[in-house]
Write a protein that binds this ligand. Structure first.
Ligand code: ING
Length: 307
């Protein structure tokens, strides 16, 4: 039996570095150590790109109502920041690229942000979360809040695609993955790999009771549809586990093919590394086939979508 994958000139070894519960009293330094442990495992497995999750540096603080002062301790004022410099240094030593989601404090406001860093330690891409879920005001009867609309401005970067790691790479963050427009904007730019981190509370807010049993299905549905309908690979990375008693975040870090198949997925709710060697030329089966945009797409009929 011929092992042909190695002959594919465009293969990339990617890894999803899932992070388990991060407790409120855990320091940035302790979290970065966990991230570096996962990066070293990725390097041992010869991965070329390790992907972290959304807001990977702290507990998922939008569950709490915080004062402006308490809030600021969760934000990075620069990138690299003093806390994340060791991550950049280790990555450069190991010659491995990475994706990182973090809470960004910039001169024009607070954003839910992610960056793509190449194997030389250069930030080659930056994305700010467009679709900000939850509420700006606490919901009185809820034990856990989801105050992302209080803490983050809606992202202004739009959905870009960069040439990196020998392919076309895009980024999205959490709720973005549920919106087909996110994927299509990158699909139109020829994306071949989408990296998306998530913090998805299984303990859905009260009004979502009707579908909270479907949380894991909706996650797979969003990821698999996005990949298939745009002919792209995706690496999805969870921040998961029980952050405090009764507040449980979903896992399911996964790698999905352009055919819409989940080729690897985490089956635990703690720190975990899920990796795969992906064949980027598989995207062409879709991009030149069933979803050949040039041939089949009808933008003349889609104006409603942007009105
Ligand atoms: N979290 C959730 C997500 O989109 C959510 C918010 C949960 C929206 C369930 C709708 C239903 O996965 C973040 N951080 O966006």
């Amino acid at each position: 039996m011929r092992f042909t994958l190695n002959e594919s000139p465009r293969k990339l070894h990617v890894a999803a570095a899932q992070i388990g519960p991060i407790y409120e009293n855990e320091s940035r330094g302790e979290v970065v150590e966990r991230l570096i442990d996962l990066m070293e495992e990725a390097a041992r497995r010869k991965a070329q790109l390790v992907c972290y999750t959304e807001c990977a540096l702290s507990t998922f603080f939008p569950r709490m109502l915080l004062s402006d002062e308490e809030l600021l301790k969760y934000f990075e004022k620069s990138m690299p920041s003093p806390a994340t410099q060791p991550l950049f240094d280790r990555a450069k030593d190991l010659g491995i690229g990475f994706h990182l989601g973090y809470a960004e404090l910039s001169e024009d406001g607070r954003y839910n942000t992610s960056i793509l860093v190449d194997a030389e330690g250069r930030i080659v891409g930056k994305y700010r979360k467009a679709h900000i879920p939850g509420t700006a005001e606490p919901v009185p009867e809820q034990r856990f809040q989801h105050l992302e609309r209080r803490y983050f401005k809606e992202g202004d970067t739009g959905f870009k695609v960069w040439d990196a790691f020998g392919c076309r790479v895009g980024m999205a963050i959490c709720n973005d993955r549920r919106w087909p427009e996110t994927w299509r904007c990158m699909g139109i730019q020829g994306v071949e790999l989408v990296i998306v981190g998530w913090n998805t509370p299984l303990t859905h807010y009260r009004k979502a009771k009707s579908y909270s049993r479907l949380a894991e299905f909706h996650n797979k549905l969003s990821m698999q549809a996005g990949c298939y309908q745009n002919g792209t690979w995706a690496v999805g990375v969870a921040h998961c586990g029980e952050e405090e008693p009764g507040y449980i975040l979903m896992g399911q870090s996964m790698i999905v093919s352009p055919l819409g198949e989940i080729v690897a997925m985490s089956y635990v709710n703690e720190d975990d590394l899920v990796d795969a060697v992906i064949d980027l030329d598989l995207c062409r089966e879709i991009k030149e086939g069933v979803f050949n945009f040039e041939l089949y797409r009808r933008p003349d009929l889609y104006k409603l979508i942007v009105q």
